[in-house]
Each structure stands twice: as structure tokens, then as C-alpha cells.
Design a protein around this ligand. Structure first.
Ligand SMILES: [Fe+2]
Ligand SMILES: [Fe+2]
Length: 403
């Protein structure tokens, strides 16, 4: 991987060529948009030796330009949003599709100092070029500021930036499409889960949000990779999908269920398993295990199969802890909400009985973060991805919106 270095020695023509070849190979295999933009921004920063590089992409629905990647002083992890019809340099380039090269940004009335002000940066020279696809459609803009040697951007710099943009455009388009499909898939899963839970719970969103975050944190605490943890988080809302097959007189019965009715209630695990059986996508395969086995118990006294210990898939053992904890913490027609501390003690007391001791140990570790969920605080330090949680806002640490 080519790392951006702060002390950037002048690159020879050969080194630049090598960087370009390596760049082409790396971006063509990267499907994650955030990662891809990061690679591109680093490459631009390195090749042009600039103090700041910002990649703006068009958000057509909101008629805005947005950027999450801004290399250089002060702007890491900052999301910037600009109106596409505004009178700022990036928007003008995006609209007109033509390069703007400023030798003294502060003397140009179209330049907005707002981003500089919040980040204690002073833009001197500024080069902004359009990012176009093969058909000439503008996808966004690349913007670089302040060459390290203090000189203005020249035609050679413009050429290099345009070349990088040309190389990057199709990768960005593909990654955007891939992301759109991924988000659409997750959103469909989430809405489906809401449908299943909606009949017997009014606070469905809170329940699904809490269990997905707890499952995610548990997976990480168990040593899973971020990718594996995200799969668990995204699949978890579907654990009770089988409830769609239960009749109202069972699912919505206000009082206690008779033994016969409880037997029917238990079948929501079987139905969930059938609904998700044979799924192709990884997330639905995980959801299948969760929906079928989330009422199994570590000591073998659960249902539907009475599996014991590690016979129960790990994903199901995780969701079980998250689901029971959240169910205890909310009020229902038939019970009051438990205090989080009491629910926590209950989880600990069931270690080795209902729950896998390893997962209870992980729960112990994450409990300080979990507690925040129930006091209306976000456990921010974990930077939890929120793609399946439409009720939450984005995860960018800073947001700047300019009018
Ligand atoms: Fe269930
Ligand atoms: Fe649940």
C-alpha cells in the first residue's frame, strides 16, 4: 500500500509512473466507496504534494455535493455538504464541468472561507477539476489546496489531477452502484424486520436498533472482525421474522399463554427458519441461523431443537443475549421495564444456563457502552455503522453544511 507521507520528497517521473500503475490496480479492485475515496485522496495528496485534497461527489437527491474524505490538516473524518446550486467553487465546477484554478483563493469572491475557519486552515492556491465518467457526465469534483512548495498550480498539475480523475471515475461509479445496492438490501431487510415485529410491539425501531448495536458490540468483543460484526448487526433485526406466520390470537394475546398456545408461539423459530432457508446472501444466511436458533439455550433446555452448547450457532448465541437483555429493559403490557443494572445481573446469572459463558463475559466488557443506549446516549467510541438504522443520523464525527 502506498502511504501518504507528511514529508514528501519530490517524485521522479519514473516514481510517478509507478504510482499511477499501482493506483490503477488498487482502485479497480476496491468496491467500498469510503475506502476507495480514501485511496484516491491519498494518491492525489502524494502526487501533487498538497496541503489538502477533497473529493466531492454529487448527491442528486439532495441537490448537494458531499465529501467525507478530506486529507490534510484538520479535516479528517469530516463530512462537508455544499448546495449544488450555490455560488461556491466546487458547485460551480460541478455545474459547468470546467476546471477552476485560483492563485489566491481569498481574493476570489466565489471562495468560501467557512471550511477554513472551522478547521484553522488557510487556503492559498486552489485547483478544482470536474470528475467525469466516460459519457462526460459530472460525478463530482476533485479539489486540492496549497502546494507544499508554495507555488501556484500549473498546467502540469491540472493534467495530473485530470488524469487521476479519469482513472478513478469508473471505479467510483461502480463503488457507488455497489453501495446503493448494498444499502437497498439492508434497508429491505430492516423494513421486513419491522413488519414482523410491528404487530406485537409499538417500539419496534428501538428494539431492533438496540439489539443490532448490542450484537455488533458483542461480536467485536468476541474478537470477530468488523466485517463479521457488521454481518451480525445487519442480520439481527430478522431474528423474529417467523412471527409473521403466527395468528393474532396467539401473538397479540394480552394474558398468559396456555401450554398449547405456547407450543404454537414457539413455532415462530421454525417459520423463521423456513422463510430464510436456502438464502444466497451472507446476511440472510446469518439471519437464518438467528431466526431458527435464537431461543435455544446453552444448557440444552431451549427450543425448537434443544441444542446444547456449541451445537447452537454462534450467531444465534449472540442474538439471544442481546434479545433477552433488551426485552427485559423495555415495558410490555404484561410487565414493567427492568432497570438496566437488574437486567445486566440477570444476564450474568444465566451464564452457563441460558447463555454461552463466553458471550456473557463479552457482555460484561461491553456493558458500559450498552448502558448508554438506555440513557439516550450513543456509545460513540465504537463508531457503530448505521446503515440499517434509518432512525439514526450518520456517523461522521463532524459535519459542515454550507448554504
Ligand atoms: Fe423470538
Ligand atoms: Fe426480539
Amino acid at each position: 500500500m502506498t502511504e501518504f507521507k507528511k514529508e514528501n520528497p519530490k517524485l521522479t517521473a519514473d516514481e510517478k509512473l509507478n504510482l499511477l500503475v499501482e493506483f490503477g490496480a488498487r482502485i479497480s479492485s476496491e468496491l467500498r466507496l469510503d475506502k476507495l475515496l480514501d485511496i484516491i485522496a491519498r494518491q492525489i495528496t502524494r502526487m501533487l504534494d498538497v496541503g489538502r485534497c477533497t473529493i466531492y461527489l454529487k448527491d442528486v437527491e439532495r441537490n448537494e455535493l458531499w465529501s467525507k474524505i478530506a486529507q490534510g490538516r484538520g479535516l479528517e473524518h469530516t463530512e462537508i455538504r455544499l448546495p449544488l446550486d450555490g455560488n461556491n467553487i466546487a458547485a460551480i465546477v460541478a455545474r459547468n464541468g470546467e476546471t477552476i484554478n485560483l492563485t489566491n483563493a481569498y481574493e476570489d469572491e466565489r471562495f468560501s472561507m467557512a471550511i477554513d475557519m472551522v478547521n484553522d486552515f488557510r487556503t492559498h492556491t486552489l485547483l478544482t477539476i470536474p470528475l467525469k465518467n466516460n459519457n462526460g457526465k459530472v460525478l463530482g469534483v476533485f479539489q486540492v489546496a496549497n502546494k507544499a512548495d508554495g507555488t501556484a498550480f500549473d498546467k502540469k498539475d491540472e493534467g495530473i489531477l485530470l488524469l487521476l480523475a479519469t482513472l478513478a471515475a469508473s471505479s467510483i461509479e461502480i463503488a457507488k452502484l455497489y453501495q446503493d445496492v448494498h444499502v437497498a438490501q439492508l434497508e429491505t431487510i430492516y423494513r421486513l424486520a419491522v413488519t414482523a415485529e410491528y404487530r406485537d410491539q409499538q417500539d419496534t425501531r428501538a428494539h431492533l436498533k438496540n439489539i443490532s448495536i448490542i450484537s455488533y458490540l458483542l461480536a467485536l468483543a468476541l474478537g470477530m472482525t468488523k466485517k463479521e460484526a457488521e454481518l451480525i448487526k445487519n442480520a439481527s433485526p430478522l431474528h423474529d421474522i417467523g412471527k409473521v406466520a403466527l395468528a393474532d390470537n396467539i401473538l397479540l394475546k394480552p394474558g398468559r399463554l396456555s401450554p398449547e398456545e405456547f407450543e404454537i408461539m414457539k413455532s415462530h423459530t421454525i417459520y423463521g427458519g423456513r422463510i430464510l432457508e436456502g438464502a444466497h446472501s451472507k446476511v440472510l444466511q446469518v439471519a437464518h441461523k438467528m431466526s431458527l436458533y435464537h431461543h435455544e439455550k446453552w444448557n440444552g433446555t431451549g427450543y425448537p431443537k434443544g441444542l446444547k452448547g456449541e451445537e447452537i450457532p454462534l450467531e444465534a448465541r449472540i442474538i439471544t443475549v442481546a434479545d433477552v437483555f433488551d426485552a427485559l429493559c423495555v415495558s410490555r403490557v404484561y410487565k414493567k421495564a427492568w432497570k438496566t443494572e437488574d437486567a445486566y445481573l440477570h444476564i450474568l446469572s444465566e451464564s452457563g444456563k441460558a447463555f454461552d459463558p463466553r458471550i456473557v463475559a463479552a457482555f460484561k466488557k461491553i456493558f458500559p457502552s450498552v448502558r448508554k443506549l438506555y440513557t439516550n446516549q450513543t456509545p460513540a467510541e465504537e463508531n457503530i455503522p448505521t446503515q440499517t438504522l434509518p432512525t439514526q443520523t450518520g456517523t461522521a464525527q463532524n459535519k459542515i453544511s454550507l448554504s
